[in-house]
Design a protein around this ligand. Structure first.
Ligand SMILES: Cc1cc2nc3c(=O)[nH]c(=O)nc-3n(C[C@H](O)[C@H](O)[C@H](O)COP(=O)(O)OP(=O)(O)OC[C@H]3O[C@@H](n4cnc5c(N)ncnc54)[C@H](O)[C@@H]3O)c2cc1C
Length: 429
């Protein structure tokens, strides 16, 4: 049966097939009171709930479908330090000092996630093998070199190394013009990480309800979130529905755009060293990025391709396979065991949209780089709700512009924009 967040074949994903056992959480029934109600059972919502409960708040979390079946449990699992917007972009927009503060805060996301994994013994195939950004042409390589130079000189960040074409080829067996190797990167099983966060949140006292779609948000006389079978009245609400959040708060929705993105998992490979000898997470510099990594059982998990219509491809495996085989001709004809998709929420600036309208808090729009940032954002929301907004304020001043034309027009205009970038990407090769 099609549930709230079960679209795009998530039920057939590699992650669902290899998920750790997890309890079902009953749907909300009746009217309850809490200090905080969280809408969304991905990493943003679970982290906000966990950290708020640890600070003594009574927290109820409503998930419309199943925990982790949004982007958090279906993504590429790539841990990439920093924000989607590069260091040079940040400096250009905000000047060196503020750019450094933002970058330093974003870097904390990785440490937080590693700490949670350790503290709560989350079994999620964590591999700290680095992330490699492969340049698909000479001008992209120069861009990466300038980025590495800015990271070192402005951000005082030295955990990146530029690789020649030959050095990159030793790490990943496909020809790049060179690469930027980010030593703090890596990968993990995102659904098992998310389920682990849910376990930690429940242990900290959070009441979790699945199959409980938040349908209405009332602010007066106090915050109340209603589902078909009940409601939660609370002092604060966190909206953490990301690309799936609709209708509850139009001012929040207009700043993100959901874009379909698709992933395949091959059969287990007999020789993974013929593909990614370093076991690093890899992405390339195409505007519509190819990204890939090995799973713990030796499959290649490959995301790629571009699609500008709202409807998913009828055959996801057939849609992604050519991109994989172009990158790795040695995998031509290999069996594809899993194929699924998800919605990436992007913003106009590629910076997250984080903030609050009174007691209505939100964080979303990580623009394809939310595996670790979502956990950090959730924690920042919990800090702000419990009285310390200093770190949230740093992010909330970034608020990206709404999409032109509001929610009605953002689709067509965005499609035009994407087509332009995709064409530019092709011409550059
Ligand atoms: C295919 C794909 C690949 C990606 N790859 C990477 C990657 O490799 N590295 C990286 O850093 N980032 C990646 N991302 C981005 C990353 O996954 C997201 O930024 C991050 O998971 C967002 O987490 P979240 O908790 O904010 O949202 P989600 O995980 O989407 O959680 C939102 C939850 O809210 C629920 N919800 C929504 N509305 C309601 C409602 N009204 N009532 C109740 N519940 C509701 C949904 O069901 C969902 O479970 C990828 C994303 C996708 C889709």
């Amino acid at each position: 049966m099609m549930g709230f967040n079960s679209g795009l074949d998530i039920g057939r994903s590699y992650y669902v097939a290899t998920a750790n056992p997890a309890p079902d959480h009953p749907a909300l029934q009746g009217d309850v009171d809490a200090d905080l109600v969280v809408v969304g059972g991905g990493c943003t919502g679970l982290s906000a709930a966990l950290h708020a409960a640890e600070r003594g708040l009574k927290v109820v979390l409503l998930e419309g479908g199943k925990i982790g079946w949004g982007a958090s449990g279906r993504n590429g699992g790539q841990i990439i330090p920093g924000l989607r917007k590069g260091a040079r972009g940040l400096v250009k927009l905000y000047g060196p000092e503020r750019a450094r503060a933002l970058f330093d805060l974003a870097l904390k996301a990785r440490g937080l996630v590693l700490d949670l994994i350790e503290r709560h013994a989350i079994d999620c195939d964590l591999r700290l093998t680095g992330h490699l950004a492969g340049a698909v042409n000479g001008s992209d390589l120069r861009d990466l070199e300038e980025e590495a130079e800015c990271l070192a000189s402005v951000m005082d960040f030295h955990d990146v190394e530029m690789l020649s074409a030959a050095q990159a080829r030793e790490m990943v067996n496909t020809p790049y013009h060179g690469a930027m190797y980010e030593k703090l990167g890596g990968h993990m099983h995102p659904l098992n990480y998310t389920l682990g966060l849910a376990r930690a949140a429940a242990a900290a006292g959070v009441t979790i309800h699945e199959n409980s779609v938040a349908l209405r948000l009332e602010r007066e006389p106090s915050i109340r979130i209603s589902t078909t079978k009940g409601s939660v009245r609370a002092r604060h609400v966190v909206l953490a529905g990301d690309a799936l959040l609709q209708g509850l708060e139009p001012r929040v929705n207009s700043r993100i755009m959901p874009v379909g993105n698709y992933i395949i998992a091959t059969e287990p490979l007999d020789d993974t060293s013929d593909v990614i000898p370093s076991n690093a997470a890899v992405s390339d510099t195409r505007f519509v990025v190819n990204y890939y990594r090995l799973s713990a059982d030796g499959r290649l998990l490959f995301g790629g391709g571009e699609r500008y219509t709202p409807s998913p491809p009828a055959d996801i495996a057939g849609f992604v396979r050519p991109h994989m085989e172009k990158t790795f001709p040695q995998l031509r004809g290999r069996r594809i065991d899993h194929a699924w998709g998800g919605l990436v929420s992007v913003t106009t600036s590629r910076l997250p949209d984080v903030g609050h309208y009174g007691e209505v808090y939100f964080a979303h729009g990580y623009s394809g780089k939310g595996v670790v940032l979502s956990t950090l954002s959730g924690k920042l929301l919990a800090e702000a709700i419990t009285g310390d907004a200093s770190r949230l304020d740093l992010f909330s001043t970034l608020r990206p512009m709404p999409f032109p034309g509001g929610t009605a027009l953002r689709g067509p205009l965005y499609v035009l924009g994407m087509l332009w970038y995709a064409m530019r990407d092709r011409i550059k090769h």
